[in-house]
Design a protein around this ligand. Structure first.
Ligand SMILES: Nc1nc2c(c(=O)[nH]1)N[C@@H](CN(C=O)c1ccc(C(=O)N[C@@H](CCC(=O)O)C(=O)O)cc1)CN2
Length: 383
């Protein structure tokens, strides 16, 4: 499977790297270019081949994506958007996040088994849930179930809505010290009286499987840096794009929403994959004029049916992260989920769309398992 990546995006990055290096040589920067090229080569395809047996995801380490910051002057280098599928009558592909997530989860399970055989330990995840939000309870229940199915140990701490900051921080600090726990997450949002920033900042950087610690987020934002963890939902979006064969490099991407959980990190991550990224948010004037230019739209506004057909360019790829709970007495837990995208309309304009439910949501949980496994491997020096 890594071959798929090598066959398209990586080749393109290497081609661009070579071009940039050639340009640099021509302007007298031969020494620096040679150093860059040799390091790009050593952490490039060879590294990938070496790791193939235990590699689960197709998305590569971020540092391996780095290329010199040189603006391309040859306009025919990128695929022109006009070469994208362009018919209004087209019915988009539905990106099946549920089945992709299942495949990833079964690969995580195999790796957990292998780790148990070689190290005698399984990864451990601690989940802290404060309060009784029904949606949070569902997500946490699903996370615990997914851990069980993958052979990952999980511990759940449930605290009442009225608890003090001190109680949450004490739980986090205890798990920081527990060697059987490799990942810790505090389910968000927290009740209003609790200071999220304060709580997340005491979480051990090495166990921050949500990737919300300011240092992990900062490293995601900075070129040449590799965060220990990439937030689960954005990481899942990229994995969906790559697995659906969507080219990211050089494409115009628009992110709708700027939350710390999704909007901000996905915009940073798309930049790391060399998309040209715009962010629209609640204060943006005429956001549809901006999204209409986009090859890739990732939306995380939490506003049902915000994205209508006139917000989309024909052939765009649409990733719907919006999950808005709506009352549904006939549903198992009394509510259903709707996304940000008017799905029926998007199907007629876009080239690919994720559904809600069954799109990004299941990927969030699959990526959490990946991050927990990665953390355990790192902490036990197992590859
Ligand atoms: N600590 C965190 N809090 C929150 C995160 C997060 O990544 N870390 N993200 C969201 C909620 N979330 C995970 O916690 C999450 C959202 C949706 C799903 C999911 O599988 N959705 C399914 C439908 C599930 C259902 O039946 O309701 C789908 O879309 O198909 C998983 C996790 C906010 N908080």
């Amino acid at each position: 499977m890594p071959g798929l990546f090598l066959g398209s995006q990586y080749k393109k990055i290497m081609r661009m790297t070579m071009r940039s290096v050639m340009r640099k040589i021509s302007v007298g920067l031969a020494k620096e270019s040679k150093r860059y090229l040799s390091s790009a080569m050593t952490r490039g395809p060879n590294t990938w081949k070496d790791n193939q047996s235990s590699q689960i995801l197709l998305s590569p380490p971020l540092v391996s994506l780095d290329i010199p910051e040189i603006w391309a002057s040859d306009s025919n280098y990128y695929d022109h958007p006009s070469s994208w599928k362009n018919s209004n009558a087209q019915i988009a592909t539905i990106i099946d996040g549920k089945s992709i997530a299942e495949e990833i989860r079964s690969r995580v399970a195999s790796e957990v088994k292998r780790m148990k055989e070689y190290v005698g330990q399984v990864p451990g995840l601690a989940v802290i849930l404060v309060g009784q939000r029904r949606d949070s309870q569902t997500y946490v229940r699903n996370k615990i179930k997914a851990c069980e199915e993958a052979g990952i140990k999980s511990v759940l701490v449930e605290l009442p809505n009225s608890c003090a900051e001190y109680d949450v921080m004490t739980s986090v600090l205890n798990f920081n010290e527990d060697p059987s726990i490799h990942g810790i997450l505090v389910q968000l949002p927290l009740p209003e009286h609790l200071d999220e920033e304060k709580i997340l900042s005491v979480l051990s950087l090495e166990k921050d499987v949500d990737g919300f610690h300011p240092l992990n987020m900062g490293n995601l934002a900075m070129r040449g840096r590799e965060p220990l963890f990439i937030p689960c939902t954005p990481k899942g979006c990229i994995e969906l794009l790559i697995r659906s064969g969507v080219e990211i490099m050089g494409k115009k991407a628009v992110v709708v929403g700027r939350s710390n959980i999704v909007g901000l990190p996905i915009s940073l991550l798309l930049q790391r994959y060399h998309a040209t990224v715009s962010i629209v948010h609640a204060c943006t004037k005429n956001p549809e004029q901006i999204t209409r230019e986009a090859d890739i739209v990732v939306t995380a506004a939490g506003v049902p049916n915000l994205i209508r057909s006139n917000w989309l360019k024909p052939g765009a790829v649409v990733i719907d992260v919006g999950t808005c709970p709506i009352e549904d007495p006939s549903a198992e837990y009394g509510y259903g989920l709707v996304g940000d995208v008017c799905f029926e309309e998007a199907l007629r304009v876009a080239s690919a769309v994720t559904p809600v439910p069954g799109g990004v949501g299941p990927m969030t949980i699959a990526m959490l398992l990946c991050n927990t496994l990665d953390s355990a491997k790192r902490l036990h020096g197992f590859s």
